[in-house]
Design a protein around this ligand. Structure first.
Ligand SMILES: *Cc1c(COP(=O)(O)O)cnc(C)c1O
Length: 385
């Protein structure tokens, strides 16, 4: 075996262990809504992104079973585009009130694909420092100039947009930040983008299904139209309870992505069954049931925040389902997560490099399926001794 590589892996492992940053994958053997059997013991789940509880909804499960194929059989451009894929793309465009949608295997791949297809040398990509790793990796892969501004600092974003005089400008932001839960100042960012002739790209991963009218997302909630936010990422693995992603927006940009985005071309299409399940979720979030679930979720968020404030817990300024408790120290965050688990609550400690150094946290996420009693129980468990 290659000696240097092996040695490097071992060294990094030792460092990771010493810093309490080694991650483990817990095995979930059974799941029923917010109840999870983890390594043989039932826990209440407060760390999933299944904000509306759709991942086990009968409508999605029924759609999965309509499948005639467990595989995508080829790339979309070869012979992989099934009727289910086409129907889902139309349903997504209708829902988002945007001209066109294009499917990708995952949100991670979609972000790489979009930035690589649209940007290159001489262009600039301006991003919030707390953007998701996929946006950061995408800008690096694109080979463009890459500028990051302090979290939600619109004035800094404007300064960075102004540095590019020749090429194309793209301003990318999470709509809801995945580890902090706050919402980007989208109205101000859209104004900045317009003034500097930049394309605003909004990653709706944690907003789709939960924010805005009909759950259209953060851009819609901020009142942005097709001209203000011409390209948006919708991921299916969070509130939509499925897996996969789509980029939705301007028809010419989408056609360019279809023709050139490597992350969409050189990969197998998602299973048609997955597309059918996702389409069921898209229908659900727009209907009365989706509205009722969002209402329940917002009641749960309000209950949790009020209770946490009363206990003096270090909440971040988030109004979404993502309610992190800042701890700081990695080992301390791990110990807090273990203590919660001992009381039957599953909350993951999020440590660097997923979050900046010194900002380890308990990332508590709420779901429409949590009951008042379960949230009250979690608050009791979080109460300082
Ligand atoms: C989860 C997430 C992604 C990646 O989506 P996947 O479909 O899970 O690959 C992209 N952006 C943000 C902000 C996310 O939270």
């Amino acid at each position: 075996m290659q000696r240097l590589l092996k040695q490097r892996c071992l060294e990094q492992r030792t460092q990771r262990d010493a810093a309490q940053r080694t991650r483990v994958r817990r095995i979930v053997t059974r799941r029923a809504g917010v109840h999870c059997e983890v390594d043989g013991r039932w826990l209440l789940n407060f760390c999933s992104n299944d904000y509306l509880g759709l991942s086990q909804h009968p409508a999605l499960l029924a759609a999965l079973h309509t499948a005639t194929s467990s595989g995508g059989i080829a790339s979309h451009l070869v012979c992989g585009q099934a009727a289910e894929h086409a129907a889902l793309e139309h349903a997504l465009a209708d829902w988002q009130q945007l001209p066109r949608a294009l499917l990708f295997g995952s949100g991670y791949v979609a972000n790489l694909a979009v930035l690589q297809a649209l940007l290159g040398q001489g262009d600039v990509c301006v991003q919030d420092k707390l953007n998701h790793a996929s946006l950061i990796d995408g800008a690096r892969l694109a080979g463009c100039a890459f500028k990051r501004y302090p979290h939600n600092d619109v004035a800094a974003a404007v300064r960075q947009l102004a540095t590019c005089t020749e090429g194309a400008r793209l301003l990318a932001t999470d709509g809801v930040f995945s580890m902090d839960g706050d919402v980007a100042p989208l109205h101000a960012l859209a104004t900045a983008a317009r003034q500097h002739d930049a394309l605003l790209y909004v990653d709706e991963a944690h907003a789709a299904g939960v924010l805005g009218e009909a759950g259209r997302g953060s851009a819609a909630a901020a009142g942005l139209g097709a001209d203000d936010a011409p390209l948006r990422l919708i991921t299916f693995g969070k509130a939509l309870g499925s897996v996969g992603a789509a980029v939705v927006g301007d028809a010419d940009l989408i056609e360019h992505l279809l023709q050139t985005a490597r992350g969409g071309i050189y990969t197998t299409a998602m299973p048609p069954a997955q597309a059918a399940a996702t389409q069921a979720a898209v229908a659900l979030v727009q209907g009365a049931e989706g509205e009722a679930l969002r209402q329940r979720l917002h009641e749960n968020i309000a209950q949790f925040r009020a209770g946490a404030a009363q206990l003096g817990l270090p909440l971040l300024p988030s109004s979404t389902a993502i309610q992190p408790l800042l701890i700081g120290d990695d080992a301390e965050a791990l110990a807090r997560a273990r203590a919660l688990e001992a009381q039957g609550y599953w909350v993951t400690a999020i440590r660097p490099p997923t979050v900046p150094d010194g900002s380890a946290r308990l990332r508590i996420t709420l779901s429409a399926l949590h009951t008042q009693q379960q949230i009250a129980g979690l608050l009791d468990a979080l109460a300082p001794a």
